[in-house]
Design a protein around this ligand. Structure first.
Ligand SMILES: [Zn+2]
Length: 193
């Protein structure tokens, strides 16, 4: 399954943001609660179908406007809980209820290719349930694994599932290198003084 997605920065350069989790990738199809409608990627039911198919393979059905509003509701619940986790506060229980009701629905069962019986059962609703279950799993992990990028002017939220739990940046290329350059400049300045 693909993970992460392309972002475009303020000067129009493309960079890849590996959020670390399917549910956070999904959350970042919107503005992540930042109040910028221009960042919306799911503008139509077709956008939703395309995004889900990219992650889960071909779907049996196509999304309609009802699916889109449901998907946005799930997304805003995931976003709110992710922000709460990153900021170390308790999430709004009503958002948790929305997430849990999605996670209770049948998801896309894992299947091994090569059998006689077609196993594709990926529908829009099952794909959303799969995302919700991923979110329950990710948000149930020990505290401190959902964090914001350490760059003061960034704050993108990611999930660090690695053993050392030492990731600092949304992306080395995007924020990590800028910080390195700054540290280097400061060191050079100090040496000169
Ligand atoms: Zn960053």
């Amino acid at each position: 399954m693909l993970s992460g997605q392309w972002f475009v920065d303020s000067i129009g350069a493309r960079w890849y943001f590996e959020s670390g989790a399917l549910c956070l990738d999904f959350a970042y199809t919107g503005d992540f609660g930042c109040g910028n409608p221009a960042w919306e990627r799911l503008r139509s039911p077709t956008d939703l179908s395309a995004w889900l198919a990219e992650r889960h393979g071909p779907l049996l059905d196509t999304a309609d406007s009802h699916d889109l509003s449901q998907a946005r509701e799930l997304r805003s619940a995931i976003t709110a809980i992710a922000r709460a986790r990153a900021d170390d506060v308790a999430p709004d229980p009503s958002r948790v209820d929305i997430l849990n009701s999605w996670a209770a629905r049948p998801d896309i069962a894992p299947a091994l290719a090569g059998g006689n019986v077609a196993t594709t059962q990926a529908s829009v609703v099952r794909a959303l349930a799969t995302i919700a279950r991923d979110a329950v799993d990710v948000f149930s992990q020990a505290p401190g694994r959902i964090r914001r990028c350490a760059a003061h002017d960034c704050g993108l939220v990611f999930f660090d599932g690695s053993r050392p739990n030492s990731r600092r940046w949304c992306s080395m290329q995007h924020c990590g290198n800028r910080a390195k350059v700054r540290t280097h400049r400061n060191r050079t300045k100090e040496t000169r003084q």
